[in-house]
Design a protein. Structure first.
Length: 405
């Protein structure tokens, strides 16, 4: 895949991800409509339901319509969701409909866009392209709340106007993604993953099941800290916009500068180190009331840890599954991610309202530690497997010599 054609995918990814990043403003928006964190959680739960519709649609139709075309359709759905939310004047059931449309679009895009990358790359260079793709994705997710906050606080845009702009950006993303489908030839055209449900038993017996579980836990950390960032820093000297800015810059820089080094190291080792850094970032959030410096430190640590480990386990989920099951493995990976990224705020919002900031941070920390524990366990399992295979490999030449004699 050439960069001159990949730029259409990267720009479409950047703009679509900006739409998802704007969902971090929903909590503030719902407060202006008379709601609270529970309403935010319910809207995002509806978004999770939307992803459960969008992801299977990609599996069914990717072989016919083309993965990038389906990603463009996802961007259109995101635009429709923000357009609907911009029309609301109070908390109504339509908030759930808007959330559903955003989730439907983001779920469709989130599976279809990586599938478009898989169609155009080989195993040897897939990690590099996933890293580049992820850099633009994270830039959109982290940069969107910053620009939206600037538009509202400095340019005096209303939230309604801001959401309409986000919808327009998502429409532009759809054009970019459709152009990529026509500009970049697929080396391995997707056949679809209609058997993703029936393929799960086979996938669960491979090492691909571990990154599928890990991505859900990491998504809980990511969505918990970013969705409720404003509430977590309320009453402190820290600003949510500062966190988004530092996090976005850290993710982008680390994926471009540190990713080559990380990709050369053993995957299990890299995952453990990065997840440990992520856990340190969560711990730093506990100290934010003492000093805003810990808030900035948390953004840097989370940007490096979560920002880099995601592409590692995504590549692992694909490469550790049989070739015929890779579309299904990616489908389950994405579904697992959405359980965490959209499902956790429903639980986290309730915990925040009833147990406060400390209760929410403890829950987020538990998810981070669980993901780290799985990474440590899988690394030990891989080491034992390699050690067990070495005597057999060494015995084969001896056996051949005995036959010759």
């Amino acid at each position: 895949m050439r960069f001159t054609t990949a730029i259409f995918l990267f720009l479409g990814t950047l703009l679509t991800s900006a739409g998802y990043g704007a969902t971090f403003l929903l909590n503030d928006y719902f407060h202006t409509l008379g709601g609270n964190e529970v309403d935010t959680g319910l809207a995002l739960a509806a978004a999770m339901a939307g992803t459960f519709v969008g992801v299977p649609l990609v599996g069914w139709f990717s072989g016919r319509a083309g993965a990038a075309n389906l990603a463009a359709c996802g961007a259109l759905s995101v635009a429709a969701g923000f357009g609907l939310l911009a029309m609301l004047t109070s908390i109504t059931p339509l908030t759930a409909v808007g959330g559903f449309l955003i989730g439907l679009g983001w779920g469709t895009f989130y599976l279809a866009a990586p599938m478009a990358v898989i169609e155009r790359t080989d195993d040897a260079d897939r990690a590099l392209w996933f890293t580049r793709f992820g850099a633009f994705q994270m830039a959109g997710i982290g940069g969107s709340p910053i620009l939206a906050d600037f538009a509202i606080s400095t340019l005096h845009f209303s939230t309604v106007t801001t959401f309409l702009v986000v919808g327009g950006i998502a429409l532009a993303a759809a054009v970019m993604l459709a152009a990529f489908q026509r500009a970049a030839v697929a080396l391995h055209p997707a056949s679809g993953s209609r058997r993703w449900l029936r393929d799960f038993p086979a996938i669960s017996r491979t090492a691909a099941i571990y990154p599928i579980i890990m991505v859900a836990l990491g998504a809980c950390v990511f969505s918990g800290i970013l969705t409720f960032q404003t509430a977590l820093v309320a009453g402190t000297a820290a600003r949510a916009s500062t966190f988004f800015a530092i996090y976005a810059v850290t993710v982008v820089l680390s994926r471009w500068l540190l990713a080559p080094l990380v990709n050369r190291a053993p995957r299990e080792t890299s995952a453990q180190i990065l997840l440990f850094i992520m856990v340190l970032g969560i711990l730093a959030m506990f100290a934010v009331p003492a000093s805003a410096v810990f808030h900035m430190l948390a953004a840097v640590l989370l940007g490096i840890g979560y920002g880099l480990v995601y592409s590692i386990i995504q590549t692992q989920a694909v490469n550790d599954s049989p070739v015929e099951h890779r579309p299904a493995a990616l489908t389950w990976f994405v579904l697992s991610y959405f359980v965490g990224v959209f499902g956790f705020p429903a639980v986290g919002g309730w915990v925040l309202v009833h147990a406060g900031k400390s209760g929410l941070l403890l829950l987020i920390l538990a998810c981070g530690l669980a993901e780290l524990a799985i990474a440590v366990w899988t690394a030990k399992r891989a080491y034992r497997s390699n050690q067990a295979s070495m005597p057999r490999a060494a015995a084969r030449p001896v056996a051949k010599q005995a036959v010759r004699r």
